[in-house]
Design a protein around this ligand. Structure first.
Ligand code: GCW
Length: 680
């Protein structure tokens, strides 16, 4: 490690920067991050010169050696968020006296691009075991919007937060004095996030006041903190704000008083927070207010806010998580999976240009395995972003390890076939399929005020991974896991190698001891951690597995089920409809089958249930054994913390294994072929 850093040293002693001389912009942040990062890596702060100039560039190492490349790079056309990085490390850069004349040049399409480049260079130095080498690279993000949603409440709690309390709020105040907020902006910028919404989509009484004159000055300071790192600030708003703030007695989107109210309100917000990004809205969803109250639809609702925001360049991120959460389990015709598409699809073309529909990756709710939401891409005239959940609500709550990058990639790679082959989610999100004016990806954050940010130390990999994937969805899961592990545990170390492996195994392992074959849920109601096979079976939330003595699964086919499959393009519909072609991992999402149904793997469903529950629990125990072997290679604090979490995961996995196996043994009466312990 030290040798590698030594090899970099000639490039890291001197920094010459040219940019506009603004103290609070991303360019200044780029310089500061580089200087700071270099000092941490080498122990010596670089010498620094700063002059006015455009486009923004930073030269590290020998300015003479860099000269010719610098002129070339300056002339390169770059998109606003893009950066170019050129490194000259080879020995031909030695000057006559035989001194190293290595250099690195960073050029941004803007200061923001420069900041992304600075972080990319630091990542390279710290994670690439090869050391400095000649490199010529230009990158720009695939997704225009790369957004993080906080579900933080002003009382200091975090909805579905598994890492302590909020870093943003306590006792209904904004924590402006907290250095965590500044560090969070740095973390997010380091992986290219460019937008953040800072309060829960469930907007309660106190948060409704974030858009009032009492709190807007504090919101401005938050906006400045994130703005310095190129991140635009959004707020979640309460659809009924005009009523709840005591100013009107209706929130009807077609009422002119309501329209004027929002116009004035938005003008007031922009006067106080000039760089404001816009609103995130959860309306008519899980008992939140919305346009349905007034007999209006979601286009009316979203356009009301969009019209108010448009003159200021603001966006409305309108969530599509709209379904009946007061369902009757006896009613077999209602299917929650259908809801988003049924509510929104026919509104295509009615939304303003500055509305972006925010659609959860699956049609249900962030389960360990779901098909891709059929609404994504199905509205060619409406901007869309896909919403992921970094917080592990249903995937182990940051107590169990579940590296979600492979799951997200599965969604992003899905071919919707909506305009013929190649209409993948990632292409649609990038705005390459439909003429979207704004699009991309958003995700629910997993951080809190725990010292390690994410509860489980290894859950940091999910936040990092989301940012990397949002920047470039073509990155491979193993590359992201390896990069994070190297940055966190040292490049090319046994710990980093094992952690990367563990991360990559963790989603399949988590799936293998929890709800089988795409059926979902089976969790303790409300908390959503730990097994309760029938926890939601007779509930109003619309989340059933329909297990009986003969079989299980949800029939969502066109012919005999809820017809959900009909929401996909024909070829995808046919594949899901067909018992033979439906992928095993989603079988029970789409079909109700007997326990004796034979999977493509050659196993019966019941035997698959038994086998994978045992395999999952065993895998966790193998991780523990390997982790113990690494004790001498990792600091005691992280060693103990990760061991402790793994032991908890092992217990959870066994609890799931036994509860699920026993449940299905009792239902089916079919014993495990391999005669392992299944409790009666
Ligand atoms: O998954 C569910 C969660 C709710 C959440 C909701 C949503 C913010 O259980 O806690 O509310 O999704 O996405 O709106």
């Amino acid at each position: 490690d030290e040798q590698r850093i030594e090899a970099w040293r000639p490039l890291l002693e001197q920094i010459d920067a040219r940019m506009e001389l603004r103290a609070a912009g991303p360019g200044a942040a780029a310089l500061q991050e580089l200087a700071n990062g270099i000092e941490i890596l080498t122990g010596t702060p670089p010498s620094l010169t700063l002059k006015a100039g455009s486009p923004p560039v930073i030269v590290l190492g020998s300015p003479q050696a860099a000269q010719r490349s610098l002129e070339e790079l300056k002339a390169l056309p770059l998109a606003e968020e893009a950066y170019a990085l050129r490194i000259g490390a080879a020995s031909e850069n030695e000057n006559q006296d035989g001194e190293q004349a290595a250099y690195a040049i960073l050029r941004g399409g803007s200061e923001r691009g420069l900041l992304y480049g600075a972080f990319a260079l630091l990542r390279l130095i710290d994670s690439d075991p090869r050391g400095p080498r000649d490199l010529d690279l230009a990158e720009s993000p695939r997704n225009p919007l790369r957004m993080i949603d906080q579900w933080d409440n002003m009382d200091g709690s975090v909805e579905r937060g598994y890492s302590g309390g909020s870093i943003f709020y306590r006792d209904n105040r904004i924590l402006l004095e907290s250095p965590r907020i500044d560090d969070y902006a740095r973390l997010l910028a380091s992986v290219g996030i460019n937008a953040i919404s800072v309060n829960n989509v469930n907007v309660h009484r106190e948060e409704t006041k974030l858009i009032t004159s009492a709190l807007l000055p504090d919101v401005r300071r938050l906006s400045d903190t994130f703005g310095r790192y190129g991140i635009q600030l959004f707020l979640s708003v309460n659809y009924a704000a005009p009523i709840e703030l005591g100013e009107l007695d209706t929130a009807d989107p077609l009422n002119t008083d309501v329209q004027h109210w929002w116009q004035r309100k938005v003008a007031e917000i922009y006067a106080a927070v000039p760089d404001f990004g816009g609103f995130v809205v959860k309306a008519d969803s899980e008992n939140r207010p919305g346009p349905f109250t007034y007999g209006r639809d979601h286009a009316d609702g979203a356009n009301l806010l969009a019209d108010a925001l448009a003159p200021h360049g603001g966006l409305v991120m309108w969530r599509c998580f709209v379904y009946d959460c007061h369902q009757d389990w006896r009613d077999r015709s209602t299917d929650r999976a259908r809801a988003a598409y049924d509510h929104f699809r026919d509104l295509d073309g009615r939304f303003r240009d500055n509305v972006v529909l925010q659609i959860k990756n699956g049609p249900m709710d962030f389960q360990v395995r779901e098909p891709v939401s059929p609404l994504f891409g199905a509205m060619p005239r409406t901007n869309q972003v896909m919403e992921f959940q970094i917080a592990q609500e249903y995937t182990g709550q940051q107590r169990d390890i579940c590296f979600l990058v492979p799951q997200w990639k599965k969604s992003l790679d899905f071919d919707t076939l909506l305009n013929g082959a190649g209409c993948t989610v990632k292409q649609i999100a990038a705005g390459k399929v439909h003429p979207f004016t704004r699009s991309g990806v958003a995700a629910v954050s997993n951080i809190g005020n725990d010292d390690n940010w994410t509860g489980h130390h290894l859950a940091q990999a999910n936040l990092f991974g989301f940012g990397r994937l949002a920047w470039n969805p073509e990155l491979e899961s193993d590359a992201i896991a390896e990069e994070w592990s190297a940055l966190t545990f040292g490049a090319d170390t046994p710990v980093a190698r094992f952690v990367a492996k563990l991360l990559l195994e963790s989603w399949p392992v988590y799936e293998s001891y929890t709800a089988p074959l795409g059926v979902g849920w089976m969790v303790q109601p409300h908390y959503h951690y730990a097994v309760d096979v029938d926890g939601y079976e007779y509930s109003k939330w619309g989340t059933y597995h329909f297990a009986d003595r003969d079989g299980l699964g949800v029939d969502r086919t066109l012919a005999t089920g809820t017809g959900y499959t009909g929401q996909y393009a024909d070829e995808n519909r046919d594949r899901y409809d067909s018992l033979e072609e439906c992928p095993d991992e989603l079988l029970l999402f789409f079909h109700h089958v007997p326990y004796t149904h034979v999977l493509k793997s050659g196993k019966t469903v019941i035997q698959h249930i038994y086998d994978s529950r045992f395999e999952g629990a065993d895998a966790v125990d193998r991780w523990i054994a390997r982790w113990r072997e690494l004790e001498a290679d990792v600091d005691p604090e992280r060693f103990a913390h990760i061991l402790h979490r793994l032991e908890g995961q092992s217990e959870n996995a066994k609890q799931w294994r036994d509860a699920v196996n026993t449940y299905f043994y009792r239902k089916s009466g079919i014993p495990d072929e391999r005669e392992r312990t299944v409790y009666a």
